[in-house]
Design a protein around this ligand. Structure first.
Ligand code: F3S
Length: 284
């Protein structure tokens, strides 16, 4: 049986970098308390593994304020400036694993805010990445996530604006919302800050699914990006299976196929992908 594994399966560059940094800190700082500000990734196995190695998750600013010793890792989503300030005030060591693509947005927002522009963030208001961006824009921002909010957008026409996007936002939706706001006649600069990782993963999954007899999509039950990958693959390949781990896969279903594709959502660790790959290979 031929097995094709998507090169873009699993962690994107930014998430991989952040997870690696936590493991690095563990091995370099035995005996010191390591924290992550928020779970490093939406994957229970990884978070539990880190917990077993002594890493604690800080869930709020209030919790962070109480901590006076240790190492705090900032995850790939990034955080607002206030979090850096608290870490500094409390004399904690910071390991900043903010994805460079997110950091770039923070820098744009600070620069354009200082140039007097009102910041429009196209994204989902309660997403941690957007929370962080908002913090750098201070109070002069609007978050727009849908048509209705774009329609409602109405600030003084004197004000210049700068539009950025959450890195994982859908490009077509972004374009559409930007067009909607542009019609209002403001002096606008638009920076498309969408990251390609999601798009590349989806494009590759579609391509592989169209060439194989069966497709395996690995990811958490509640992972929306894995669900999306599954939908894309299912459109191309009727025998598409959505699994969390190898235990969910009924290998007998693959008995009569000659070519299988494997992809995985953004928070699926490599060892889980490898385990599925190895089991399929051994069996056939
Ligand atoms: Fe990942 Fe960074 Fe893009 S975290 S999705 S590589 S913005």
């Amino acid at each position: 049986m031929e097995i094709i594994i998507a090169k873009s399966a699993g962690f994107c560059f930014g998430v991989k970098r952040a997870v690696d940094k936590v493991y690095e800190e563990i091995s370099n700082n035995q005996g010191q308390q390591i924290y992550t500000y928020g779970p490093i990734i939406h994957n229970e196995e990884v978070v539990n593994d880190l917990e077993n190695k002594g890493v604690k998750v800080i869930n709020s600013k209030e919790e962070l304020r109480q901590i006076k010793e240790g190492i705090v890792v900032i995850r790939s989503h990034g955080v607002e400036k206030e979090i850096y300030d608290i870490i500094e005030e409390n004399k904690l060591k910071i390991v900043d694993a903010t994805c460079p693509f997110v950091k770039k947005i923070h820098n744009i927002v600070v620069k354009e805010k200082n140039n007097g522009r009102h910041i429009v963030i196209i994204g989902n208001d309660n997403h941690p990445e957007v929370e962080g961006i908002k913090g750098w824009a201070e109070s002069d921002y609007t978050v727009v996530s849908n048509d209705e909010e774009a329609e409602k957008f109405d600030i003084s026409k004197e004000k210049k604006i700068c539009i950025v996007s959450q890195t994982t936002f859908n490009y077509n939706k972004f374009k559409y919302l930007v067009e909607n706001i542009s019609k209002k006649g403001y002096d606008i600069i638009v920076l498309n800050t969408i990251c390609n990782a999601t798009n590349e993963r989806q494009t590759e999954a579609r391509d592989i699914a169209s060439r194989v007899d069966a497709m395996i999509v690995i990811g958490g039950k509640h992972s929306s990006n894995t669900q999306k990958l599954y939908d894309i693959c299912k459109q191309e390949c009727n025998l598409t299976y959505y699994i969390q781990t190898i235990d969910d896969l009924d290998l007998s279903k693959l008995q009569s196929v000659s070519c299988v594709g494997i992809t995985a959502g953004a928070s699926t660790p490599n060892n889980i992908i490898e385990e599925v790959h190895t089991n399929v290979r051994i069996k056939f």
